[in-house]
Ligand binder design. Structure first.
Ligand code: FAD
Length: 479
């Protein structure tokens, strides 16, 4: 059966590669991956733009160790860095500044960041008192911080606003007022060290492991899928036809769709024929897909101290302040101050002369429309005015473009306020046709980070979702 069975995987990101490698190992011989881009990896993109050392434009860490299959895989193949490369607690620490070159006291920064961690952990561990449960994460944090003595300290609030802005990166949101305090999802943080760095070959080394399991010719690059026609007549040999932008047509018994939630938001209504069921379209609409971008600044010389893990910027009035975020009368005013959303500039592992700025949400999308040189000049201006140090002009600027990348359309999934994450992720992951229909089973399956109820947003979630759909087919044929 498996010799005859034709399987098409749409997308060669972590989930698509994991699905195809698992199917091929199980004996399926007719597996093709159709990938829109000329490279594989999707939101994993290891490059060498500055020196012989790598820069990760997408995923950088494996989050969590215990029970994390991707961590296990990387460890088994000796692909992890010797020590975590984001270790601000030991020999280096974040430097917090306010405009005008004022370095804020480390003790105050430590106090506020620890309080912030405690408050978010309470929310993430679902330990909030009932009175807070209907609040947005932003509102819950504001109320809780106001009760703390740190709120009365000069500069306490500005560091707290920075913490909220920084948290937007983890959540992939424009603002923490978009997500719930009560975490209406089942995200599970794996135990052990949260930030696990990969060795000198970066994430590409794990992609290579999966690629080694694929016979040559399995992946067709530059082959964007335009339309998936499923539930074809009983008389047809194969239930599904996949039509590509370049007019190639592939017959298949099963198609595993792994495109990002961003791509589904843009194309799901036109990509499938017959149309997707309402439950799936609702899930695509309701789940959020936010943008997180990185701004790499390469300098001719290092100007920050050895023990500085990152230069963090605190503003008098932050874009995370609720009043600023929700002010309707100033519609596009935030575009003028998009740079206020940059949380700061972190030192980059293996690159002593490179800093990486982080920016999220609508401001990240706006930044993507600007020239690299404008972004670079703005960042240098910020670094000069906040630190007061002698900051040279930047020699190379590299900004990511995840929001406007037509084959990704954002960075990762979030669960908006009042959306039931479990219900919607499950609806997104459900194969078609549904069990109740009398058509050929498992014609269109869905993988990708957004379809994983517990590990959405992450590479290990993407990887496991690919295994899940491969195993669904393997079980189907072994029943
Ligand atoms: C800036 C950034 C930082 C991140 N940091 C981390 C991190 O540190 N740790 C972590 O665990 N996760 C991180 N992530 C998230 C992680 O990268 C993703 O969760 C994961 O890589 C998603 O894999 P995927 O297979 O689900 O989707 P994708 O990687 O998006 O793969 C989907 C593939 O489908 C292709 N495609 C799209 N449309 C079509 C079409 N029409 N036809 C054919 N092919 C198509 C795309 O080109 C892509 O290759 C980060 C992501 C970003 C953007």
């Amino acid at each position: 059966m498996s010799e005859e069975t034709k399987i098409v995987v749409v997308g060669a990101g972590f989930s698509g590669l994991a699905a195809a490698a698992t199917l091929i190992k199980a004996g399926f011989q007719n597996v093709k991956i159709l990938e829109a881009k000329e490279r594989v990896g999707g939101r994993v993109c290891t490059t060498k733009p500055f020196t012989e050392n790598i820069i990760e434009l997408g995923a950088n860490w494996i989050h969590g160790q215990k029970g994390n299959d991707l961590y296990k895989l990387a460890k088994e193949h000796d692909l992890l860095a010797e020590k975590a490369l984001k270790d601000s607690s030991e020999s280096s620490q974040d430097y917090f500044f306010k405009e005008g070159g004022k370095h804020l006291p480390d003790e105050l920064a430590d106090g506020v960041t620890s309080l912030f961690e405690k408050l978010t952990s309470k929310a993430f561990d679902r330990e909030l008192p009932e009175s807070y449960q209907d609040l947005t994460l932003g509102d819950y944090l504001d109320v809780s911080f106001a009760e703390s003595s740190l709120a009365d300290e000069e500069d306490g609030s500005r560091i707290f606003e920075w913490c909220k802005r920084n948290e937007c990166t983890d959540e992939a949101v424009s603002s923490l007022y978009e997500v719930s305090a009560s975490q209406e999802s089942e995200y599970i943080a794996r135990g052990g060290e949260f930030f696990n760095s990969l060795g000198p070959r970066g994430y590409q080394a794990i992609l290579d492991l999966l690629l080694n399991d694929l016979p040559s010719g399995t992946i067709l690059n530059n082959t964007a899928v335009k339309s998936i026609q499923w539930d074809k007549d009983e008389e047809e040999d194969h239930a599904v036809q996949v039509i590509c932008e370049n007019d190639q047509i592939f017959e298949a018994d099963h198609v595993i769709v792994t495109v990002s939630l961003g791509v589904l938001k843009e194309h799901a209504r036109t990509m499938f024929e017959p149309a997707l069921p309402k439950s799936k379209l609702d899930a695509i609409d309701k789940l959020g897909f936010g943008t997180v971008d990185k701004i790499f600044l390469c300098f001719s010389e290092r100007f920050w101290p050895e023990d500085c893990a990152g230069i963090q910027l605190t503003w008098d009035e932050g874009p995370e302040d609720k009043a600023v975020y929700s002010s309707e009368d100033e519609e596009d005013a935030w575009k003028e101050t998009w740079f206020k959303k940059i949380s700061g500039f972190d030192a980059v592992a293996r690159h002593p002369k490179v800093l990486c700025g982080w920016i999220t949400g609508r401001e990240a999308l706006h930044m993507e429309t600007l020239e690299d040189s404008e972004v670079g000049d703005t960042c240098v201006r910020l670094l000069r005015s906040f630190t007061g140090w002698s900051v040279p002009d930047v020699s190379q600027v590299l900004i990511t473009n995840w929001g406007h990348d037509p084959h990704v359309q954002g960075s990762y999934t979030f669960v908006p306020h009042h959306v039931n994450g479990v219900k919607e992720s499950e609806a997104l992951a459900a194969p078609l046709p549904s069990c109740s229909q009398e058509s050929k089973p498992l014609q269109v399956l869905f993988a990708g980070e957004a379809t994983h109820v517990n590990f959405y947003t992450t590479t290990h979630g993407a990887y496991l979702s690919g295994l899940r759909e491969a195993e669904r087919l393997i079980n189907h044929y072994s029943d």
